[in-house]
Design a protein around this ligand. Structure first.
Ligand SMILES: Nc1ncnc2c1ncn2[C@@H]1O[C@H](COP(=O)(O)OP(=O)(O)OP(=O)(O)O)[C@@H](O)[C@H]1O
Length: 267
């Protein structure tokens, strides 16, 4: 681990709202190097807005937020990168190296090429690095987006539903790459998702947003019938079915699997 122990994110008395709509209020949250924080909640609860605050795209109404300057970002698959047939994986990762720097000299160009090659190798993407993005599978594209996000050596990795529309095998590959970065470099991960199960083994804490309220805690603390019923203000049941969490009720039925299976235990 190269990261220190200073927090990479600190919210203090934070409030964000749009008009009459409050997404969260009085949020105190500190995220440390190497922590994996999942941001969960129904549609419109403020998950993406939470990332936008961290990216400085949205300002808080009240309170403060401080973050590290070294932030990487992994979007959903199908993120808009312009013409997918004109752009190669190598170009995408190169943008991650450039950041806001322009006009690299000759030495800079060779260093850039090395960094891009190392990042491509780390996610096993060298074989298709020169193909247009548009011909690559969803899983291959997401590996490249992980490479783009980590090539700038971030202390904080923001992930906006990066597993959406990937099959379970590719979900696992992408989560493993993110977790590998976390373990090797002590990079903190903030991971927005509708579906906690693919990341459950890695999650240290959950920030669960619902209708202007929130809970922060370990998955065992937050993902319970009692806590989520209180948060939603209605009856919600949380079951563990064959190692997976199933949330029944709430405003939308995320985490849902067929509960006709046996062996479920209310939590
Ligand atoms: N710039 C903005 N101006 C006004 N309202 C906004 C703005 N950005 C977000 N909102 C509103 O804030 C709420 C939260 O939106 P956000 O996209 O953060 O939710 P989300 O939890 O990510 O939703 P989803 O799961 O559907 O992606 C929504 O009601 C949205 O319309």
């Amino acid at each position: 681990m190269t990261a220190g122990t200073d927090p990479v994110v600190t919210f203090s008395g934070a409030r964000l709202g749009f008009g009459d709509r409050v997404l969260w209020d009085d949020l105190d949250l500190t995220i440390r190097p190497g922590e994996f924080v999942a941001v969960l909640g129904p549609n419109g609860s403020g998950k993406t807005s939470f990332l936008r605050v961290l990216l400085r795209q949205y300002s808080l109404d009240r309170g403060t937020v401080t973050t590290t300057d070294k932030i990487g970002y992994i979007p959903q698959q199908h993120a808009d990168e312009g013409d997918p047939m004109a752009l190669r994986g190598r170009d995408l990762v190169g943008f991650g190296v450039d950041g806001n720097r322009w006009g690299l000299g000759l030495r800079g160009r060779s260093r850039r090429r090395d960094l891009v090659d190392q990042a491509l190798a780390a996610v096993d993407s060298l074989p298709y690095a020169d193909a247009p993005l548009g011909v690559l599978s969803g899983g291959e594209q997401q590996r490249l987006r992980v490479a783009q996000a980590v090539v700038s050596d971030p202390d904080l990795l923001l992930c906006d539903e990066p597993l959406a529309s990937l099959d379970p095998t590719n979900q696992q590959v992408v989560v493993d790459l993110i977790d590998q970065r976390r373990k090797q470099a002590g990079t903190a991960v903030v991971f927005v998702t509708h579906e906690i199960n693919p990341i459950l083994p890695y999650v240290d804490r959950v920030l669960y947003l619902v209708g202007g309220r929130f809970r922060v805690g370990t998955p065992d603390e937050v993902m319970t019938t009692e806590t989520l019923s209180e948060l939603y203000g209605s009856d919600v049941e949380v079951l563990r079915v064959n190692g997976r969490l199933v949330v029944i009720g709430g405003e939308d039925a995320h985490h849902c699997v067929d509960i006709a299976e046996t062996g479920s235990q209310p939590l």
